[in-house]
Write a protein that binds this ligand. Structure first.
Ligand code: URP
Ligand code: ZN
Ligand code: ZN
Ligand code: ZN
Length: 462
């Protein structure tokens, strides 16, 4: 029997705390040795000289095949995870949305039907609770035990939103049972008021989507969620934090040692509100919630990410075709399905505009794209690092490749990318999932259904 299945030779291994030249040996899908000059007869050899060896990316915020605004996000678990893999992501955590009247178990089963046998990378589910009652509350401990250890609550959106009493009860229940509450924090009433006002005034173009969701609406909800969590003595994770005003609330809470964590997304680090001015309804490409913010925000968010005020970068990948989906809102921005694609471009963008440009260290790049997401969502240390005993989920990343991001070269099932024309330095050249090469030089060579459902543990607070 051969000693190793795969040896990655002469690369620079990067973890959240280190960067060192090392070979990596893999057996049965697990990293079994790190060191110099590892040899093993019969092993597949990858020469990674001059390349980085990163832990596979972990994207803890995706929406695949999600019903929203009268349509369904256009990537399913096959196309979406192929795109993720091509971009260097090996694990996603998607949101199983509880439909009205469903139990949490039923919500999870609905999402298993979408993902099982289709996903090409590993996956877990948060459960988004939209219809809370005593039975659902009491179901939370079992959901956590079954590996759905995080829940999302929407503080806004008609049909999805929960009130503060629900947030409070869910926080307490999660805290007592080793779970984590995530919030989409925006003030429902400010937004509802502005949407109706703009509509009445005939302000119907995509840019009014952004104007109907001001930063104060986000910051208020962030602050309120933090205070409720602090009362409940429970950890809290804020999804898609988009602006400086919210960051101030987050930073203040963390200074007080409250267990509050947050993610931001590449769109809030790289794009700003001028995009809504694109003519011919093209502003609809950026209709997402929260919306893109004024340019001044970008540096604040990079800064918060570098300093450790923000812990993770996920994508909120939620693609809709311009033709046939986004155009549902041609006559009124309120009918444009919210969301944008990004599952494939996260690692390259964060490396290029973060690590390569000196805004993030290499280690911090790894920490926010893989290690922290794994810790916060109960996947560490099997996922999120390169260490003996961890799953061999690895990205071989060539820092010298230069590319221009363009829709036609991406695998996302949608007719645009918000990052069209972005130049990147550095790109994943090989993606490995549990020791198997699934992407080589941009070509997906994995297998439909090879992705495994991950039962997740309690959060590790970072
Ligand atoms: O606009 C967005 N973000 N769409 C996806 C749903 C959500 O709020 O995360
Ligand atoms: Zn959200
Ligand atoms: Zn989302
Ligand atoms: Zn391809």
């Amino acid at each position: 029997m051969r000693k190793y299945d795969l040896i990655i030779k002469r690369g620079t291994v990067v973890t959240a705390s280190d960067a060192f030249k090392s070979d990596v040996a893999v057996k049965d899908g697990i990293i079994v040795a790190l060191g110099q000059d590892i040899t093993g007869d019969g092993a597949n050899i990858i020469d990674a000289e001059g390349k980085y060896v990163f832990p596979g990316g972990i994207d803890v915020h995706t929406h695949l095949e999600m019903p929203f605004g009268g349509t369904v996000s256009s990537d399913d678990f096959e196309t979406g995870t192929i795109a993720a893999a091509c971009g260097g992501t090996t694990t996603i955590v998607d949101f199983a949305i509880q439909a009205k009247g469903q139990s949490l178990q039923q919500a999870a089963e609905t999402w298993h039907k979408k993902a099982d046998g289709k996903a090409v990378i590993d996956y877990g589910f948060h459960i988004a609770i939209t219809d809370m009652n005593e039975d659902i509350l009491n179901e939370m401990p079992r959901a956590i035990k079954n590996g759905y250890s995080s829940f999302k609550l929407f503080m806004t959106y008609d049909g999805l939103k929960v009130n503060d009493d629900v947030l409070l009860k869910a926080l307490i229940m999660a805290k007592e049972n080793g779970g984590l509450i995530c919030v989409h924090a925006e003030n429902y009433y400010i937004i509802d008021y502005l949407i109706k006002k703009f509509y009445k005034e005939g302000k119907i173009e995509p840019k009014y989507h952004a104007m109907s969701r001001p930063t104060v609406a986000e910051a208020e909800a962030v602050s309120r969620a933090i205070k409720i969590a602090s009362f409940a003595n429970a950890p809290l994770y804020i999804v898609h934090l988009s602006c400086k005003e919210s960051l101030i609330e987050l930073a203040r809470a963390r200074e007080q040692r409250l267990p509050v964590m947050a993610e931001t997304c590449p769109q809030y680090l790289l794009l700003s509100e001028e995009k809504y001015e694109e003519p011919n309804f093209m502003g609809a490409k950026y209709v997402m919630s929260p919306p893109l913010r004024p340019k001044e925000n970008l540096n604040s968010l990079w800064d918060g990410l570098a300093k450790g005020e923000i812990q993770a970068v996920s994508t909120d990948h939620c693609p809709f075709f311009l033709k046939g989906q986004k155009d549902l809102g041609l006559e009124f921005f309120g009918k444009i399905p919210n969301g944008a694609p990004g599952i494939e471009t996260r690692m390259a963008l964060m490396y290029s505009y973060g690590a390569d440009m000196g805004k993030l260290s290499l280690q911090r790049f790894v920490e926010v794209t893989a290690t922290n997401p794994a810790k916060i969502f109960g996947l560490y240390p099997s996922k999120g690092t390169i260490a003996v005993g961890s799953d061999a989920d690895i990205v071989i990343f060539d820092p010298n490749v230069k590319k221009v991001i363009t829709k036609s070269k991406l695998h996302e099932n949608v007719d645009y990318t918000p990052y069209e024309g972005f130049e990147v330095t550095g790109y994943p050249v090989i993606t490995i999932l549990r020791g198997n090469i699934i992407v080589e030089n941009g070509n997906f060579i994995g297998r439909k259904g090879f992705g495994k459902f991950l039962k997740r543990q309690a959060p590790i607070l970072v």
